[in-house]
Each structure stands twice: as structure tokens, then as C-alpha cells.
Design a protein around this ligand. Structure first.
Ligand SMILES: *Cc1c(COP(=O)(O)O)cnc(C)c1O
Length: 481
């Protein structure tokens, strides 16, 4: 199946090649020329692994033996066999995406990506090593390191914003073991780190390097495609619970940063799943809320630090894929992305905005509201959620209040509350003294919700990666690996 760049119809690659490259050569993102025909009803009947294999075979048909790859990626790695459990909480259902090896939703995709990448490499007869370059706002880094550690023929290098991630997130990355892993802090914010990575790709284009560059960010279609599965899985769980009948539409509220998770929901919809409204939830960095409400995307604003750092983003890369999918116009997308780059903002044509608003709704919530929601959901409904999930909950509440749309609502839960113990403890009225690890234990004592083992075992582990560099030094760092 042929993929092409969102910025140019004739810049094509097959699906294995698209996974290998990550970013298209013109800086655009790869998408299939045509969404394949898909038996979405049959997909709902299998296990989570069956669903995953079926979806990935449809989207990435040039990568063979998908069932085996899926089995290798997920078997025994998640807390539950269904991978992403759906839990009823009050009027909503919470889709727990954080039951994987690093307690972040990104585990779903980053457990799978190494399998896809190494299979694509074999398929394409690529002999040289692959160097995965990743910028992280906190969670991608660890999930990618864990997914790629000691994978033969691959090295991985993760950049994170110095001071821009939680203590627990930092500990997760700097203690990473493995012979093929590099972790480095960058003086700057997430956007600086992400821009730095994009610049490295551009600078290395056509250069004779001892390895090939690829990406684990959701700009890689191999990272995005595995996320489609849990939309199907939660739909099936709603069916099994008798909450919907086959064909009935379900709304999803998605805590959003780079727009990857919610775009996977849109891909699920394009594959036939009865998805109603996709609600784009942001924190105080409300670029996407403004965009979906007005049609103007404006990154020229300060990046605020919030209690949901994985959503502290001003440039949401995957929005570009939505713009293409809804306009089918690569020249328009190239023009808008050029404006975003040069002028810092763009406005989409009215017709395109209408299409966006017919399927997406947006709201944001500041730290105070997120805290209030964590407290309320815990004290009134007995469920402990993290600040990212709280923003999803807030947007879902706002949506129902403003529209009266009462279709079943799934709120995606993207992190374990134990990744952000200070914010969660404060929200439920606990004492904030001590380190994040002490807070973690206090939170467990108060709530009785067990700390995931991968987090409690971080304490006392040796820090192996303590480098901090200027943002202008990222290219040099990579060339010296
Ligand atoms: C990455 C992340 C998000 C945002 O997901 P995108 O796909 O980038 O929109 C939300 N919550 C958490 C906890 C994350 O790690």
C-alpha cells in the first residue's frame, strides 16, 4: 500500500518504508493514499491482540507476519491481558491506557514500534543500524527506551527538557539500562527539544552516516497505528457490558498533546468504528482549543508549565495529518505548515473548519480545575486519576453540559496517578512534604491503590545518564554518538 507525504502527493513510500523513515523527506508526515476497506465488525470479535494484528495488517500491509509481531510486543508485558481495561466511573467510562511496562499510555504504541521497525528493516533489506531520535515531554522517552532497549540493530537517543519533566519521569529515564540507549537533558522546553530533533533530521538528510535515522515520536505512522486498537477494544467492552448496541456511536474525550492519540481515534472512525464526537482536551496550553473553536492556530504564546507536563505543547505535529485527511489537499497543508513555521500561525479555510468542527470538539482546563476534578472523582466516585486524565474528564463534562449530547462517553486515561504523585496528593488533600517517592508511598497508604511495580522499583536505582546540553548542541551530540 502506498503512503505519501501530507505535503506532496508524489512523495510516496510503501508502508514498511514509511515506518523506516518516520518523517517524509519534505518534512511532511506519511499517510495512506487511501484508507483501506476494513471489516470493523469482525475486528470487534477477537482478543486485544487479534484486534491489533487486524488493524495493523490493514494499515501497514507491507509488514508481514503481523500476528507474530503483536504477540511478541504485548504478551506478558501489560498488567492485564486485555492490555487497556475499561472501568465504569460515574456517568463515564475510563479507558486505562497506563497498564504497560512504564505506566504511560505510550507503552501501547512503543511496545509495538520496535517490532514494526525491525520487521520493516528486514523487509527492505536494510543492513545498517537504525538510530531512533526522540524528543520527549516526559512519557515517550521512557516508553521508547524500554521498548527499544537491547533490540538488535537499533540504537535509541532520547532528549528531554531539563526541568520540564516530573522527578519520577526523570528517574525513569536516567536510570534506564541497556547497551543501546542514550538519554540527555536539553536546556529548553519540549518544543525546543522537538525542533532540535527535526533539525537533526534535516541536517543529516543525504549525509553519509554509519546509521539510518528514525523517530519514535507519533510523527511515525508505526507509532500511531498501534493506538487505533484501544478505541475498538473499549467499544467492544461497552458492547459486552450491555451499555451500547452494535452500531451505536460513542464519544471519546482525549487528553491531547501532539494530537497522536486523538488522531488514532479518527483513524478508528475512518476504519468504520462508530465513533461520535472526538473531544480534544488540553491543559492551560490551549492552542488546540482555540484552533478547533476558531480555525486559527497560533503558536506565538508562552509555553506554560502545568501539572500535566505531557500536554505542555504548542506545536501539535499530528494535527497536520488531520488537515490533510479532511482537505485531501497537499498544497494547502504545505502552505499552512510553512506559515506555522515562518509566521507562527495559520488560519484554515472556512470549509475545512466546518469539517473539523463536525467531528471534533475542544475544551481546556487549568491546573486548579484539574485538581478539583481529581479530588471530586476520588472522593465522590472512588476513582483515582492523574492530572492528564482529569483534563479529559473536565472536557467531557464541559461537552455534555454545553451540548446535552448523552451518547456514551469514554474518557481516555493516559497516565498512572503515581507518575504525578505531588499533584494527585494535593488534589485529594494529602500532605505534600518529602520527595516524589515519599509522596508516592503516602498516596498509596491513603488510597489503597497499589503503586505500579515499575515505579516503586526506581527508588535507589543508579543514575546512568546525567548529561545536560544547550539546545544548539543536539546535532553535535548525535554526531558524536
Ligand atoms: C503523550 C501524552 C499525552 C498526549 O498524547 P498525544 O498523542 O501527544 O496527543 C497525554 N497524556 C499523557 C500522560 C501522555 O504521556
Amino acid at each position: 500500500m502506498l503512503y505519501h507525504s501530507t505535503r506532496c502527493n508524489t512523495l510516496t513510500a510503501d508502508s514498511a518504508q514509511a515506518v523506516l523513515e518516520g518523517l517524509a523527506p519534505d518534512g511532511g508526515l506519511y499517510l495512506p493514499e487511501k484508507i483501506p476497506a476494513f471489516d470493523w465488525k469482525a475486528c470487534l470479535t477477537g482478543s486485544s491482540q487479534d484486534m491489533s494484528a487486524m488493524i495493523l495488517s490493514a494499515l501497514l500491509p507491507d509488514i508481514p507476519e503481523m500476528k507474530t509481531l503483536v504477540h511478541r510486543a504485548y504478551t506478558g508485558k501489560f498488567e492485564t491481558e486485555d492490555l487497556t481495561p475499561l472501568v465504569p466511573v460515574g456517568d463515564f467510562s475510563v479507558l486505562e491506557l497506563f497498564r504497560g511496562p512504564t505506566s504511560a499510555f505510550k507503552d501501547v504504541a512503543l511496545s509495538m514500534l520496535p517490532q514494526l521497525l525491525t520487521a520493516a528493516k528486514t523487509e527492505k533489506g536494510v543492513k545498517e543500524d537504525i538510530l531512533i531520535l526522540t524528543a520527549t515531554s516526559g512519557d515517550t522517552g521512557k516508553a521508547a527506551l524500554e521498548g527499544f532497549r537491547d533490540v538488535p540493530g537499533v540504537r535509541i537517543c532520547v532528549f528531554y527538557p531539563d526541568g520540564g519533566v516530573s522527578q519520577v519521569q526523570r528517574a525513569q529515564m536516567v536510570t534506564q539500562e541497556g547497551k543501546n540507549v542514550y538519554v540527555c537533558a536539553v536546556k529548553g522546553n519540549f518544543d525546543d527539544a522537538q525542533t532540535g530533533v527535526k533539525n537533526i533530521f534535516a541536517a543529516c538528510q543525504g549525509k553519509d552516516l554509519p546509521y539510518r535515522l528514525s523517530s519514535a515520536n507519533s510523527i511515525n505512522i508505526g507509532r500511531l497505528a498501534p493506538q487505533v486498537m484501544y478505541y475498538f477494544r473499549s467499544y467492544r467492552d461497552l458492547l459486552d457490558a450491555g451499555k451500547i448496541t452494535l452500531g451505536q456511536e460513542v464519544n471519546f474525550s482525549v487528553p491531547t498533546g501532539n494530537f497522536g492519540d486523538i488522531l488514532a481515534g479518527y483513524l478508528a472512525k475512518l476504519l468504520g468504528l462508530p465513533v461520535g464526537m472526538l473531544i480534544c482536551a488540553s491543559n492551560a496550553n490551549n492552542v488546540l482549543t482555540d484552533f478547533i473553536r476558531t480555525g486559527t492556530y497560533n503558536r506565538l504564546r508562552p509555553l506554560l508549565k502545568t501539572t500535566s507536563p505531557s500536554m505542555d505543547i504548542l506545536v501539535s505535529s499530528n494535527l497536520e495529518r488531520l488537515l490533510y485527511l479532511l482537505s485531501q489537499d497537499t498544497a494547502l497543508v504545505a502552505d499552512l505548515m510553512g506559515k506555522l513555521n515562518k509566521e507562527g500561525s495559520y488560519t484554515v479555510p472556512g470549509e475545512l473548519l466546518e469539517k473539523i468542527q463536525a467531528q471534533f470538539w475542544a475544551a481546556y482546563c487549568d491546573d486548579a480545575r484539574a485538581s478539583e476534578i481529581i479530588g471530586k472523582v476520588y472522593h465522590n466516585l472512588g476513582y483515582l486519576c492523574d492530572p492528564h486524565t482529569a483534563s479529559g474528564w473536565a472536557a467531557a463534562e464541559d461537552y455534555v453540559n454545553e451540548t446535552g449530547d448523552n451518547r456514551p462517553m469514554v474518557v481516555l486515561s493516559t497516565a498512572s496517578p503515581y507518575k504525578f504523585p505531588a499533584a494527585v496528593l494535593e488534589a485529594i488533600g494529602g500532605d505534600l512534604s518529602g520527595t516524589e517517592f515519599q509522596q508516592m508511598h503516602r498516596l498509596e497508604t491513603i488510597t489503597g491503590v497499589p503503586i505500579p511495580k515499575n515505579l516503586s522499583s526506581l527508588e535507589g536505582k543508579a543514575e546512568l545518564h546525567t548529561g545536560v546540553i544547550e539546545k544548539d548542541a543536539m546535532l553535535e551530540y548525535v554526531l558524536n554518538l
